[in-house]
Design a binder for this molecule. Structure first.
Ligand code: C2E
Ligand code: SIN
Ligand code: SIN
Ligand code: FE
Ligand code: FE
Length: 542
């Protein structure tokens, strides 16, 4: 490194205020950056850029910021001008290793004016240099990260320098802690929301299975509703909401006794009055301000209202009835008519269609009847796919949303096809999820990453079940091994989520690389094997 400058920090006596001014400027710049609404990594990067340019430090204009993960390792999250070998060797440094790891372990500021024997990480051609290693700690004294600043070889600290370093350590600790808390809160909120959804779904299942053994009614009715919704021009967001809320339309049936709900014949006037209460019971169960709860509540409360005002429980009329409820009313009746119930046998589908059309404007919203009629072909397909007597496992019928075409790091190629259409569709969806995660990492959008990771977990569970069913039905000899691979992946995804919850700042791209490698390898190698097996088996069930 260059010779000692003559205008370095030892010259402070000539410009007595310059050090303090620079300290002040640096701290206020850091505070300003801390308040900017930018991604965490970008924020640390900007802070580091300020630090390495402090002139009196005679910094070598190099540095790095690390945060700790759950394995007592430091993960590099920002760096300035580090040489390529270091980027690789120091991407992750265990506590106790090299100077930064020693600072983390001892929780003390380490200063060196040269590369001494504590500097474990070396490489050919490394230049001699000094270091500051500042441990960053939380209020419990646990190390949350380390800042490394490179100094010119032989650097002599100024008298206030150590003090400045300590101040800096506190300021940076606070920046990191507040980001960490905020992220944890966000991750927790998403997880909580997911848990609530799971609970609601279980509640739906519990209510549904009482008078409908396969649960197929809910699936059909939801698909009918979505089909109508798409035809009347609902946007993606609304369709998603409708998809989640429609299954809860009859949740109030949990409050109806078996003697009534399962009665094989016609209800007495008294029983009918009790039965009708399921709409209000549902509305009460679904009280709350969450968007999903509000949509579900609308549907549960109003799905037996009629367009002409003759429905129950409130006798609402026309557009007083929320749109989602009007859609669900039609979907619900079409399915109830064409299904067997404890009190009635199934109607021929033509009769059900005629009933819906005859009751346009009296029971049903005419615009929706029109959409229903226009979408009849799709309705009939749904009815075939989700039928009650199908011996095939229902998991196979989970319709994954179509993958959006997205520029991404991985894209679907024809060579990835295993020759089974619904599996290929699911694989495409998973690739789309990977790209969403990648996008989240690129943009430092932790919320997007967690959301995608949760989706990933759900969809892999669905997909793996489907795939394993397919293999089982075809007597695939390698099923056990394949199942073990799937299980491993699910556990890994779960462990990423746990890490995310506890150390959201330290999540790097390594987990992303794991996902990409695993999935691409799995689809192209492991799944291709059973693709070939199926192709060679003349009578394969698909
Ligand atoms: P569900 O069986 O799922 O029927 C939903 C809706 O489909 C009914 O709402 C009704 O609008 C329509 N629907 C079903 N079957 C028929 C039918 O044979 N003819 C006509 N015209 N419409 C039909 P609704 O009437 O408000 O009934 C709500 C729920 O009350 C029904 O859900 C069912 O669980 C129960 N329920 C209704 N009537 C009887 C009955 O006579 N006996 C028993 N055990 N339960 C009944
Ligand atoms: C560098 O060359 O980037 C700095 C050297 C080091 O810390 O090992
Ligand atoms: C259903 O079983 O979903 C329809 C019955 C009702 O809405 O009350
Ligand atoms: Fe109902
Ligand atoms: Fe697989």
């Amino acid at each position: 490194m260059g010779s000692f400058a003559t205008t370095g920090i030892n010259q402070v006596s000539v410009h007595p205020r310059s050090v303090e001014w620079e300290v002040r400027d640096a701290i206020s710049a850091i505070l300003e950056i801390a308040l900017k609404p930018v991604g965490f990594r970008r924020q640390l990067q900007e802070i580091l850029d300020v630090l390495v340019s402090i002139s009196w430090l005679r910094a070598a204009n190099k540095g790095a910021i690390f945060v700790t993960n759950g394995q007592r390792e430091l993960v590099m999250v920002a760096q300035h001008e580090l040489s390529a070998p270091l980027l690789d060797k120091c991407a992750k440094v265990p506590f106790g290793c090299c100077l930064c790891g020693r600072a983390a372990e001892s929780k003390r500021v380490l200063f060196r004016n040269c590369v001494d024997h504590d500097h474990d990480i070396r490489f050919d051609g490394m230049e001699d240099h000094g270091h500051y290693n500042l441990p960053l700690t939380d209020p419990n004294g646990d190390v949350i990260g380390v800042v490394v600043l490179y100094l010119e070889h032989g650097h002599t600290p100024h008298s206030q320098e150590l003090q400045f370093m300590e101040m800096l350590g506190h300021a940076l600790s606070n920046v990191i802690l507040s980001r960490d808390l905020k992220l944890k809160a966000e991750v927790n909120a998403i997880r909580l929301q997911q848990a609530q959804m799971d609970m609601l779904h279980k509640l739906v299942a519990a209510s549904e299975f009482r008078d409908n053994e396969t649960g197929a009614h809910i699936k059909r009715m939801t698909q009918y509703a979505l089909c109508i919704g798409r035809r009347v021009g609902l946007g993606q967001e609304d369709l998603k909401l409708l998809e989640l809320a429609a299954p809860m339309h009859d949740i109030g049936k949990v409050g109806i006794p078996d003697e009534i709900l399962l009665k094989p014949g016609k209800l007495t006037a008294e029983e009918w009055a009790i039965m009708q209460r399921h709409a209000e019971i549902g509305a009460n169960i679904l009280s709350g301000t969450h968007e999903l709860l509000r949509a579900s509540r609308d549907i549960a409360w109003c799905h037996h209202e009629k367009w002409d005002g003759s429905g129950y429980p409130r006798g609402l009329k026309g557009e007083e009835i929320p749109l989602f409820a009007r859609i669900c009313a039609l979907a619900d009746v079409f399915d109830a008519l064409t299904s067997e119930r404890p009190y009635k046998s199934a109607w021929p589908v033509e009769d059900a269609i005629a009933f819906i059309q005859e009751n346009s404007g009296s029971h049903f919203d005419p615009a929706l009847v029109e959409a229903f009629t226009g979408g009849l072909r799709e309705m009939l397909e749904i009815r075939l796919i989700y039928n009650d007597h199908d011996p095939e496992p229902t998991a196979r019928k989970v319709v994954l949303r179509e993958a959006l075409p997205r520029e991404g790091v991985v894209s679907w190629r024809a060579s990835m096809s295993v020759g089974v259409d619904f599996i290929d569709k699911q694989h495409q969806y998973l690739i789309d999820l990977i790209n969403r995660i990648h996008e989240g990492i690129e943009q430092g959008d932790t919320v997007a990453i967690v959301q995608a990771l949760l989706d990933m977990k759900t969809y892999t569970e669905v997909h793996f079940t489907d795939e394993e069913d397919l293999m089982r039905r075809n007597g695939y000899p390698d099923l056990e091994r394949h199942m073990a691979l799937h299980q491993g992946f699910i556990e890994k995804t779960e462990s990423f989520l746990v890490d995310f919850e506890r150390y959201p700042l330290a999540i790097g791209s390594e987990f992303f690389h794991y996902l990409v490698n695993w999935l691409v390898h799995h689809i192209q190698k492991v799944d291709a094997e059973y693709g070939r097996y199926l192709a060679g088996k003349g009578d394969a069930v698909r």
